[in-house]
Design a protein around this ligand. Structure first.
Ligand SMILES: *[C@@H]1O[C@H](CO)[C@@H](O)[C@H](O)[C@H]1NC(C)=O
Ligand SMILES: *[C@@H]1O[C@H](CO)[C@@H](O)[C@H](O)[C@H]1NC(C)=O
Ligand SMILES: [Ca+2]
Ligand SMILES: [Ca+2]
Length: 307
């Protein structure tokens, strides 16, 4: 009896419960117990297509206002940003119901699609106002938007301990890694890895560099990246006062030597135009390069697995 009890405790510590049990998701999402779902209000304005893809990247979806509780949740988040204008993108509440209609509707799918297309072009896309009304706004507008995911659908990788899918465990380094499918600035990439309960990759050995190099070479190129051969990593420099050489440190405040890998690509760091203070890995040789922090690149998140 006693040993069974101890074993149970060990298992409970080794793998954390999923979001549907823990009511915990990404650090930038809030939980609502009335809807049993997680929400994030994006205060950065975007076109509706980009809003949808941002939500998807976060394991969620552009919110379909399905209930009064959804509107109340949005309202409580929206009112904290009085300067944000009057509208927030939401997804069409008719969409999901449409496909659940009876057979004749499905047989008419071509004309339904056509009708939806013209609605999209002429009548606009759905927004929720500060007053909680659902209205439409021209689809080409840039607006804040709200993402939602039901607790039961919120992605959680038990082995890696991250709120995302797509992490790959590598036994030789004891870490999980994920190459992003989107291109972000260094700071956005840093935040995204943190929100997933991971961090921008930090190379701690030559062996880890070779592992990550293989992963970057196997990954599908991200179209909107400035270039597809650089990937943001967890090191950067303070912008130096003039004439000083930038000193690169990891996000854990170690020098590259202390971290365990400091091999720069040929002729790097070159601090081109004196504005390159953020760290990337170069796909071709796996080594380090400095870039402008505002450039948008794919990035690599890492999570150490403690068993
Ligand atoms: C990288 O990929 C090459 C070619 O597939 C393979 O031979 C090598 O063992 C891999 N190295 C690591 C560290 O995964
Ligand atoms: C980072 O390390 C330096 C030198 O080791 C130290 O002086 C500094 O206080 C550290 N900064 C943080 C934020 O820990
Ligand atoms: Ca590492
Ligand atoms: Ca450079």
């Amino acid at each position: 009896m006693k040993s069974a009890f101890i074993c149970f405790c060990f298992l409970a510590i080794a793998s954390a419960p999923p979001p549907s049990v823990s009511k915990q998701y990404r650090s930038d999402y809030v939980y609502n117990k009335d809807t049993n779902a997680f929400y994030k209000l994006h205060t950065d304005s975007a076109k509706i297509w980009d809003a949808k893809s941002s939500c998807t990247t976060e394991g969620a979806q552009l919110m379909v206002p399905a209930s009064e509780q959804d509107i109340i949740q949005l309202h409580s988040m929206f009112k904290r940003f009085p300067d944000l204008g009057n509208y927030v993108w939401v997804d069409e509440d008719g969409k999901d119901h449409e496909s659940a209609e009876d057979k004749p509707m499905i047989d008419l799918s071509d004309s339904v699609t056509e009708a939806m297309r013209s609605r999209f072009a002429l009548q606009g896309c759905d927004v929720v106002t500060r007053q909680g009304e659902i209205e439409t706004s021209p689809c080409y507008n840039r607006l804040p938007f709200i993402c939602k995911v039901e607790a039961i659908d919120a992605p959680y990788d038990t082995h890696c301990g991250v709120f995302a899918i797509g992490y790959q465990y590598v036994e030789s380094t004891g870490s999980c890694y994920k190459i992003s499918k989107v291109a972000y600035s260094w700071t956005q990439a840093y935040d995204e890895c943190q929100a997933e309960n991971a961090h921008l990759v930090v190379l701690n050995s030559e062996a880890e560099m070779l592992v990550v190099k293989n992963l970057t070479n196997a990954a599908a190129p991200v179209d909107e990246a400035q270039t597809t051969y650089f990937f943001y990593a967890g090191f950067r420099a303070q912008e130096p006062t003039k004439n000083e050489t930038p000193v690169f440190k990891t996000i854990f405040n170690q020098t590259l030597q202390e971290a365990g890998f400091s091999g720069w690509s040929e002729n790097e760091p070159n601090n081109a135009n004196n504005i390159e203070f953020c760290g990337t890995l170069f796909k071709n040789d796996g080594k380090l390069n400095d870039v402008d922090c505002s450039d948008k690149y794919a990035f690599i998140c890492e999570k150490e697995v403690h068993m």
